[in-house]
Design a binder for this molecule. Sequence first.
Ligand code: ADP
Ligand code: MG
Length: 277
Amino acid sequence: MWYGQFAVKTRQMMVGREKAVFHSGSIKEETDMLYVKELFKSYEAGKNKYEVLKGIDFHVAQGEFVAVMGPSGSGKTTLLNCISCYIPFDKGNIKLGGVELAGMNEEELARVRNTKIGFVFQDFMLLDGLTIRENILVPRIVQGEVPGEAEKLADQLAAMFGIGHILNKYPAEISGGEKQRAAVARSLINNPLIILADEPTGNLDSKSSRAVIETFINAKQKMNATIFMVTHDSFAASFCDRVILLKDGTIYRQMEKWEDRSVFQDQLLDAIKQMSE
Ligand code: ADP
Ligand code: MG
């Protein structure tokens, strides 16, 4: 199906889709989907330089669901924005699917952002004038022609996430939890290397939060999706395989889940309490 005018408009926001930066299936850095080494990022405020990320090291394996937690101002969004190719970093390395981001030009970074990363935001970022099916297809629509197989995938993802019955509705007609499940489906439509989620349950009640977290778990289990999520919510984080605690721009601690979810949640709450002492 051809989405005409919408495709033309959204295309104007994009640059350089032609250059092949990635070659599908050529992941070199073992099983690491995301590899961050000695990452530094500062902001200048007048004469002062303010260090926000002070040497961050971690990696996320393919199929892993990892959360980042930390107090407000600890650098979580800055970290996500560096990985998202939205802001340049000062020093260090970020490899996505084995490919180094440092040194890429704007065009190459835009291509990574548009085709290799799926995004889920706190406020959903669905387009009001499009149906839920069209919203899920947006990352394909911006590429022009939407192949039948993408439409099929949109329907499959919606069915898997329990929103198959609302595909023809508009965002204003559905609940927050349904909107976010649609956003998770959208984040998967390009078969990205990684999903980056910034506070995806921040605007949701606990029942809807759980439904959204279950979509991530489904994506992980059924599609081997890799998910990197910033959250304040220890309940949401307790569903993850691993949690990275960030404090003042450094990694305070990394915690892996060895026991059941509720035990892990208690361990997280203890560690967060210790971190703030
Ligand atoms: P978090 O998401 O953990 O709350 P952020 O990454 O948003 O933290 O911010 C970390 C620190 O960097 C904060 O002190 C914030 O004020 C500062 N900061 C974030 N963005 C900018 C910017 N564009 N310019 C200057 N300082 C910034
Ligand atoms: Mg933030």
